[in-house]
Design a protein around this ligand. Sequence first.
Ligand SMILES: [Zn+2]
Length: 485
Amino acid sequence: MASEHLEDYLFEEVVITESNAPKFILNGQEVNIWDGDLSHYHSLSVADYIRDSLLEFEKNGIDPFPEIIGKKSEKEMLKNALMSGSNVLFKGMKGYGKTTFSKSIAKLLPEKILAVKGCKINDDPTRPVCFSCKKALMEENEVELTWVGRKWVRILGDPMMTTRQLIGGLSIQKIREGHDIDSPEVFTPGRILKAHRGIAYVDELGAIPSAMQTLLHELLEEKQITTPEGDIIPMRIDTIFISSTNPANYRGTSDIKEPLLDRMEEIFIGPPETLEEEILIGLRNMKLKDGPALPDWHLKILARTVRVARMKDGNKFANRIETEPSCRATIKLFDHVRASALRANRESVMLADYGKNYENIKLGLRSRIELDYEDISKDEVISALVEDAINRTSMEIYSRIPRDEFGGIMEDISSLGVIDVERAEFSEQAHLTSFIESLCSSPVEYNSALEILLETLRRCTGVISKIECGKYEYTGRESIRERET
Ligand SMILES: [Zn+2]
C-alpha cells in the first residue's frame, strides 16, 4: 500500500513551497529558506544563476571570463548562448582553452547552494529529483539541509563508457521488490547526474558511444530516463551541458549524434589570434613562474616557433605539419629554456638555453606535432621553424636600431674584439650600451640583449661572425666578400 502511494509522486514532479514544506534544519537550527539571504540559494536553476551573473557583469562592464586571454568574439557568442540557457559545444584542437572556458562558466554560479543533506545528487529542497528526497520532503516533518559548493563535473569521453558510469543505476522495479529507497540498487547516480545544479563538462563528446549519446539526449531534452526495466522516470536534472570535441581525433570513426548536436550551440575555439596573446597564455600557464629572466625577444622567438608551425602558407616546413602544436607547446618551451638557464645558473635566458641543436625546443615540440610523411624528420622540421622564428625576431630588432646610431654601435662592437656574450662588459661603449638598455626591461637582461643584437647583426648584415654559441666577432665587410668568392 505504501509503495502505491509512493509511486504517486515518485513519477511526478514534486515542487515544495512555503505552504507544503517540512521544517528545514540547517546546522542544527530551524530555518525559513524563503527568508532573506537564504532565498537566493534554492529554487533557481543553473541557467537562472548564470543569466543573473552575466547581466551583473554586463552592467558593470566587466569581462566574465578573465581567465581567457583574447577570444573576444568567442566570448560574445558564449555570453549570448548562456543568456538563452543553451548548452554549448566547443569545437577545436586540444590545448586552445576549451576546458578553461568551461571552468570559467562554472564561476558564474554562486559559491554555495542549499541542498538536502545526504542527497546523492545534492537536490534542491524545493525541486527534488531523486526518490529519496521526494519521499522525505513529502512525508517527513523535518528535513535537514546543508551547503554544497559550486559544481563543475568533468566527464571524460570514452568509447568504453557504460550507462552506469554516465547516467547511473535507477530502478523502480527494485522499490517494488521491497528494496529500501536509499539503497544503491534503487539509485546510484552516474557522472552526469552528479553535475545536477552545476556545470557538466563532457570532454570529447564524440568519443562517447552513440547509445550513451541517445540516453544523454533523453536526459537533457526530455528530462526523463528510461530504466533497464522500461520504466520512464522523470529526472529533471538541472545543468548546463558544456562539451568539447576535437574533430581531428574522430575523423570518420565516431561522431556526435545529430539529435544531440541539435541541442547545442557550437563555438569554434582556435589558436590565439596574436603573438602577444600567445605569449600571455604561455607566461600565465608556465610552471616555472620565477627564475632567470625570460626577455621579450626569447618569448617572441619561442612563441613564433609554435606559431610558424601553424602557418601553412608562411613556411614550407610548416606545410608538412599535419597536427599543429597548441598553446601547451608554447608553455612548455617557456618552461624548458628557463629550466636550462636555472640549471646553468644564468641570470637571464640565452640562446645556449635552446640546446646545442635546439634540443630543448625539440623536447617541447616533438610530441606535439605530427608530419604528413616521415621522409623528413621532426627534428629537421623543428630546427627550420626555430630558424624562421629567430629570423623574424631579428628583423624586428634590426628595424629598431636608429639609423644615426648604427655606425656608432658597429664601432663599439668592433672595439670589443672577440665577444663572449655572457661575460662581456660594455659600459664604456656608449652607443652600444644605450641601444641595449632600450631593448631591456631590467639590467639582468643586458647580456642576453647583447647576444640577440649580435645574432641579429650576423643574420641581417653579415658583418658579425659567430665563432661558437655565445661568442661573436666583428669581421666587417671582408668576411662578406670572402664568403662571396
Ligand atoms: Zn535527492
